[in-house]
Design a protein around this ligand. Structure first.
Ligand SMILES: Cc1cc2nc3c(=O)[nH]c(=O)nc-3n(C[C@H](O)[C@H](O)[C@H](O)COP(=O)(O)OP(=O)(O)OC[C@H]3O[C@@H](n4cnc5c(N)ncnc54)[C@H](O)[C@@H]3O)c2cc1C
Length: 411
């Protein structure tokens, strides 16, 4: 899959990243992880804690998949609101998902503080504003539900917003204690930590073919070597779909720019994350070197050529959208990307378990909070492999009730 194009930012923030050798012999292991992005690395981290013999293979360079395009707003509230998730799955289900996401953010924070390569994890609040007047009542409903379940969120009126930002919006939800990080440094830092615990890592090693025998999976690499594994985690990001089609997934094209460094952020309240109720939406955050990341304007485009042809136009539009909010901050794009971005129809990430892939787990942390979803899913999958079960596995299996099949309004 041609995942993305552009001038990338994150890898410029880490000088001389470690490199790993290609696999050049046949090997065996307890767990094979296919994919060296954020998701594969999160799995390697959990599994390394259990002392298993873990191998991670990456066809390209570590962190050069979608992880490289990740704008890394770290939030639990996603594209589908709490109310929409309740309507699709029922109250208990939606609440459990939100709590697991909150737990995953805490986990990312804890891990980040233990890494030698710091991923610049910083707690930030999020402003989610109503893009039009009609959305105000939806925000109010969402607020009431979130408050009922003790989530730290405030409802802001037009007056409160304009006191804190240089723009006017009808209303907003203000989420306390979300976060931002550097996804590339997080991936490299975490993998280095796992390497020290014995995880074997191979770059430039592509999985090309597979065969399943009784209690072993046999995977063939592009260099003709064979990997025997008791368990396999497919953490190939959106390229999981090259191995197995999954009907609940949807791919679109997304865009992002990273601006020049800015001197004065005094008009940007707490350098919060900002996004909106419109679909598709525009979102923004700042970086530790005082740049601004602006992203969004997704389109239903699945041809890489068509996606990339729109990059210049979208780059300009994103800057324009930003200037509408902050006319006093003058920016120009220094980095810019167009990328495929995957979500799911029902708004939850997926753990795929398929008959034709025995002892294999597909980690599809698809959705706007991909980093958080992958963290939660990596923990679940790792526990299923090491302990035989996890109470939340059913929540994310691809066999879950799909698209309003189950309605259970317990909230
Ligand atoms: C524009 C954009 C903005 C985003 N913004 C956010 C955000 O603000 N917050 C957030 O939480 N998430 C965001 N996401 C989502 C986030 O980027 C993804 O959830 C995350 O990067 C997925 O990581 P991954 O490891 O699953 O995939 P990847 O990073 O793509 O890693 C998968 C790896 O598998 C490798 N691979 C594939 N096939 C094979 C094979 N056959 N053999 C060996 N290796 C293979 C690939 O080379 C790749 O390196 C965004 C995504 C995009 C595109």
């Amino acid at each position: 899959m041609d995942l993305q194009t552009g001038k990338f930012y994150w890898d410029t923030t880490l000088q001389n990243p470690p490199t790993y050798p290609p696999l050049q012999e046949d090997i065996s292991c307890d767990v094979l992880i296919v994919g060296g992005g954020g998701s594969g690395t999160q799995c390697a981290h959990y599994l390394s804690e259990y002392g298993l013999d873990v191998v991670l293979v990456e066809k390209n360079k570590i962190g050069y998949g979608s992880t490289r395009s990740n704008t890394a707003l770290i939030q639990y509230a996603g594209e589908k609101t709490f109310l929409q998730l309740i309507n699709s799955f029922g109250g208990d289900y939606a609440l459990r998902h939100f709590l697991l996401c909150k737990e995953a953010i805490n986990e990312i924070e804890k891990i980040s503080s233990s890494l030698e390569i710091s991923p610049d994890f910083t707690r930030r609040d999020s402003l989610y504003y109503a893009s039009c007047k009609e959305d105000v009542s939806k925000l109010r409903q969402e607020y009431d539900l979130l408050k009922k379940y003790n989530f730290s969120v405030e409802f802001w009126t037009e007056k409160e917003i304009s006191k804190k930002y240089p723009f006017q919006k009808y209303a907003a939800l203000y989420y306390i204690n979300d976060a931002e990080l550097n996804p590339y440094k997080f991936t490299i830092g975490l993998l280095e930590k796992s390497k020290k615990k014995g995880v074997r890592i191979f770059e430039q090693t592509e999985i090309k073919g597979k065969k399943f025998e009784k209690d072993k999976n046999i995977f063939h690499t592009d260099k003709g070597n064979v990997i025997h594994a008791k368990h396999v985690i497919m953490a190939a990001g959106y390229e999981c779909l090259d191995f197995k089609n999954e009907k609940n997934t949807v791919m679109v094209s997304s865009y992002a720019v990273v601006t020049n460094p800015i001197k004065d952020f005094s008009s940007w309240y707490k350098r919060s994350l900002i996004w909106e109720s419109a679909r598709p939406y525009v979102y923004m955050r700042t970086t530790p070197d005082d740049r601004i990341i602006i992203g969004g304007l997704d389109e239903n485009i699945t041809s890489p050529k068509e996606r990339d042809m729109k990059l210049t136009h979208k780059k300009n539009l994103l800057i324009k959208e930003f200037q509408k909010l902050f006319p006093n901050i003058h920016v120009h794009p220094e980095f810019y990307i167009s990328a495929f971005y995957g979500g799911t129809h029902d708004g939850l990430p997926i753990i795929g378990k398929y008959e034709e892939f025995p002892n294999c787990y597909f980690l599809m942390g698809y959705g706007d909070n991909g980093t958080v979803y992958s963290m939660a899913l990596a923990k679940i999958i790792s526990q299923v492999i090491t302990k035989g079960s996890h109470q939340d596995l059913d929540l994310y299996l691809q066999t879950r009730p799909f698209l309003n099949l189950q309605r259970n309004h317990k909230i």
